[in-house]
Design a protein around this ligand. Structure first.
Ligand SMILES: Nc1nc2c(ncn2[C@@H]2O[C@H](COP(=O)(O)OP(=O)(O)OP(=O)(O)O)[C@@H](O)[C@H]2O)c(=O)[nH]1
Ligand SMILES: [Zn+2]
Length: 323
């Protein structure tokens, strides 16, 4: 495995000398046990190693911002997980994906939030709170940019119909799963099995309710529970990874009110849609394929019957949000 930060071990114990091949200076950690980071709280990293919880700190060569929930890490020292023991993260293994957001669009600083997710559940209520397509579109942009497969998970189907959102997102090829309090969760469980899925949703959409149904004992705080205990609703500020009974992981994130995507490069999104990317080869240089773009080949493809107008409309409604 390649270490994430090639620099980690150069310059340690001696002045940095760039002429020296760094690989020779890097200790070999490959025999150390591998764990997954499941939560981070004030400098303590909760990990799972062979199914048991182990608490760790950062080794001194690991950057403070260098460990994310979902990371696979190597642990050194006492990794027994026994009370009072602390292990040490000495290596972060190469990530398959990184999901990022910026706090809002005036903030160009990107915040990586989760590592190694291969799916993203956009948890959206059909009512209470009202779905906002703008928000769904922005989360979709972040997912496509990170090459994480998005799935639209619509809750509270007992309150409103999913038809409008289906019509808006099915042409884009985004799978849609619908649930309500009494719904059988079979399709949702199938979608989650053996995958690493990050859950993102606006506050109050029923994300915690869903996670508690999927993972009995997960103990996610729902609106009811917090009313009874009187504890603040927004106690968790970072992501938490939880293992599914049948295999796979859910990485739950705190409810969001907005989802900034100022870090996304416009050109990166079309690459997530091979058919559109191919058609766009005929676009003028620098074309951003937005609504009203001059001589965009995607419009020509629709006119020639080679691209469904709904698919282009759906793509543009999403991609127009970041142009
Ligand atoms: N009608 C209806 N209500 C639901 C459904 N799912 C959850 N709720 C209710 O919606 C409210 C919010 O649910 P939570 O699970 O706490 O929402 P959350 O998305 O975790 O919210 P945050 O903790 O703010 O992130 C609660 O009162 C739930 O009982 C549903 O499918 N239908
Ligand atoms: Zn174009």
């Amino acid at each position: 495995m390649k270490s994430l930060r090639e620099d980690d071990h150069s310059g340690f114990d001696r002045p940095r000398r760039r002429t020296r091949p760094r690989t020779k200076e890097r200790p070999d950690y490959s025999s150390l046990p591998e764990a997954r980071v499941i939560s981070i709280d004030r400098g303590r990293y909760r990990c799972v190693l062979d199914g048991r919880p182990v608490t760790a700190v950062r080794g001194r060569l690991i950057d403070r911002k260098g460990v994310l929930v979902g990371d696979r890490v190597r642990l050194d020292g006492d990794s027994s997980g026994e009370v009072g023991t602390l292990s040490r993260i000495v290596e972060v293994l190469e990530r398959t994906t990184v999901l990022r957001r910026s706090a809002d669009d005036t903030d160009t600083f990107e915040r990586p939030i989760v590592a190694n997710a291969d799916q993203l559940f956009i948890v959206t209520a059909l009512a209470d709170p009202q779905p906002r397509m703008g928000m769904i579109d922005r989360i979709l942009v972040a997912a496509f940019d990170a090459r994480i497969e998005p799935i639209l998970c619509l809750t509270k189907a007992d309150l409103a119909s999913p038809d409008e959102l289906r019509a808006a997102y099915e042409p884009l090829g985004v799978p849609i799963l619908v649930t309500d309090p009494g719904a059988d969760l079979g399709l949702i469980r199938d979608a989650l099995a053996d995958r690493v899925t990050v859950f993102i949703g606006h506050s109050g959409v029923g994300k915690s309710t869903l996670v508690n149904r999927l993972i009995p004992g997960a103990g996610r705080v729902t609106a009811e529970v917090s009313e009874v205990t009187g504890k603040g609703r927004h106690t968790s500020t970072s992501a938490v990874a939880m293992e599914l009974p049948g295999g796979g992981w859910i990485i739950d994130t705190p409810g969001v009110r907005s989802f900034g995507i100022s870090h996304v490069q416009p050109a990166s999104i079309i690459g997530a849609f091979p058919d559109l990317e191919k058609l766009a080869e005929d676009c003028p240089r620098g074309c951003r394929h937005e609504t009203g773009a001059i001589e965009c080949a995607l419009d020509d493809a629709v006119a020639a019957g080679r691209l469904a107008p709904e698919r282009l409309a759906s793509f543009r409604r999403m991609s127009d949000t970041y142009i």
